[in-house]
Write a protein that binds this ligand. Structure first.
Ligand SMILES: Nc1ncnc2c1ncn2[C@@H]1O[C@H](COP(=O)(O)OP(=O)(O)OP(=O)(O)O)[C@@H](O)[C@H]1O
Ligand SMILES: [Mg+2]
Length: 459
């Protein structure tokens, strides 16, 4: 899926510098977020409980060496001074965090909107340069949907990718860094303990799905029995089958009763089970953390920071999962868009010669043409002299418009050649050639604009 997205760079000029700037400011704002969260430690330890800050015993040694002087300074300051510093720091930190988040979102937005804007243009440009066989294969309605829907889908994904996917990923990472720094053993324990609770719940929901299915099947059987007894009631009565039918009905009906009970038992169990195991897991964590505080292995500020960061992971994690589903869904638009962008035009072998206008004649030499398999035109030979006016007459669907389309090079003949003054029209540069042709299609098209602009269209 990601490969498909990255492939976009083959078609567009990507502005990497905006991605780079956005990422830098993203990292800055996330770091500042972590830093301002950490002020909870001196606030709790020094100001609220007026004790000394002690680094957790499992704190990485090389970092605690660096932090030690800073912490002993904090421990020597009077609480009120620390409170003042903290408030001052918070104000500045939150201001800067806001600026960084703004800048990061801004650069990401420029980056992604540039891509979707350029993509729209690329597809439209490709469209206009496609040979007509493309349009005969695909319904025009489907094509319009493709541009509008697919690009719209990608647009939404591009827009939400940075704020709702990359940002929460960095956020989760920063929380993980915090909790693992404080106590890696405790972190591992906490991260594994909650998913463990979910395993029985997942099993339960699987079983519920199965039960739901069998209840539907049983209902279908019952409906069948009722149907049979209504439409075949004469036969049922003639053969004294009432008792049999009632027994069968009763059996299925009782089955439904049993299944509903068993479903109810399980759904009613889920919520208290989750609640109880949540409390069980949490109390284990609180016991573990509390013991550490009592033993002096961790101060309450760090424990608080730990729990706060741990539970802050859940929110962004949900966002990541949701956005991931959207990104995956939208990626289905990519192959369709690449199909258009990669489509090889059937008349791309245009020549280099500049066409200077008709001098003598247009000639069809053994021209045959088929849209798909069936030939519409076969071995057409025709010479039209300059100045000659001709009408082509034929049944509807006999190929008149196709013949004219061949002169315009909407398509090229499957076999045979079309010559102008003895030269194959494939030799001419396409737009120099079409410049000399006036074409009024069978189905008139009025373009948006004035009548004058429509009459002088193309000049
Ligand atoms: N884009 C296309 N793709 C596939 N088949 C086509 C396409 N356009 C025309 N045809 C088929 O080719 C045949 C010739 O069509 P064409 O439009 O040239 O006929 P025509 O003589 O101009 O008819 P009319 O008198 O109705 O304008 C028809 O059978 C038509 O169904
Ligand atoms: Mg026609």
């Amino acid at each position: 899926m990601w490969k498909e997205y990255i492939k976009i760079k083959n078609y567009l000029k990507i502005k990497w510098e905006y991605l780079f700037l956005g990422t830098i400011f993203l990292i800055l704002s996330i770091s500042l977020n972590g830093l301002s969260l950490s002020t909870i430690v001196p606030l709790m330890d020094r100001v609220l409980s007026q004790r000394k800050i002690t680094l957790p015993s499992n704190f990485p040694y090389f970092i605690s060496l660096k932090l030690e002087p800073f912490i002993s300074k904090l421990n020597s300051f009077p609480p009120l001074l620390i409170l003042k510093y903290l408030i001052f720091f918070m104000i500045i930190a939150f201001f800067l965090k806001g600026v960084f988040i703004f800048l990061s979102n801004y650069f990401f937005r420029v980056f992604s909107t540039r891509i979707s804007t350029d993509l729209r243009e690329k597809i439209y440009e490709k469209f206009l340069n496609l040979s007509l066989d493309f349009f005969s294969k695909k319904q025009t309605g489907e094509l319009t949907t493709r541009i509008v829907y697919d690009v719209g889908l990608l647009n939404i994904t591009f827009e939400s990718f940075f704020p709702h996917f990359l940002f929460p990923i960095f956020l989760v990472l920063s929380y993980l860094v915090i909790i693992f720094l404080i106590d890696w053993k405790f972190s591992l324990l906490s991260i594994f303990i909650y998913p463990l609770i979910l395993i029985p719940v997942l099993n339960l929901t699987k079983k519920l799905r199965k039960l739901g299915k069998s209840i539907q099947e049983t209902y279908a059987r019952i409906a069948n029995i009722i149907n049979e007894s209504i439409f075949g009631y004469k036969v049922v009565k003639a053969y004294n089958q009432e008792e049999n039918f009632i027994n069968k009905f009763r059996q299925y009906n009782e089955n439904i009763f049993k299944i509903i009970l068993s479903i109810n038992k399980r759904t009613l169990l889920i919520s208290p089970f989750i609640e109880f195991s949540g409390v069980f897991a949490s109390s284990y964590l609180i016991y573990y953390g509390g013991t550490k505080i009592v033993k002096g292995e961790m101060s309450s500020g760090f424990l608080f920071l730990f729990f706060f960061s741990l539970f802050s992971i859940i929110g962004p994690l949900k966002t990541i999962l949701q956005t991931y589903a959207n990104i995956k869904h939208s990626s289905s638009a990519l192959p369709r868009i690449y199909y258009i962008l990669d489509y090889k035009s059937k008349i791309d072998e245009e020549g280099n010669e500049i066409f200077n206008g008709l001098k003598e004649s247009i000639e069809f030499k053994n021209v045959s043409f088929a849209y798909d398999k069936n030939f519409v035109l076969e071995n057409i030979n025709l010479i039209v002299k300059k100045g000659e006016k001709i009408g082509i007459v034929g049944r509807t669907g006999s190929g008149k418009s196709t013949l004219v389309g061949l002169i315009l090079r909407f398509y090229d003949p499957v076999s045979g050649d079309i010559l102008i003054d003895g030269k194959n029209i494939k030799n001419f540069k396409l737009n120099s050639y079409r410049r000399f042709i006036g074409y009024v299609p069978q189905e008139p098209v009025i373009f948006y604009g004035t009548i004058k602009e429509n009459i002088t269209f193309g000049d």
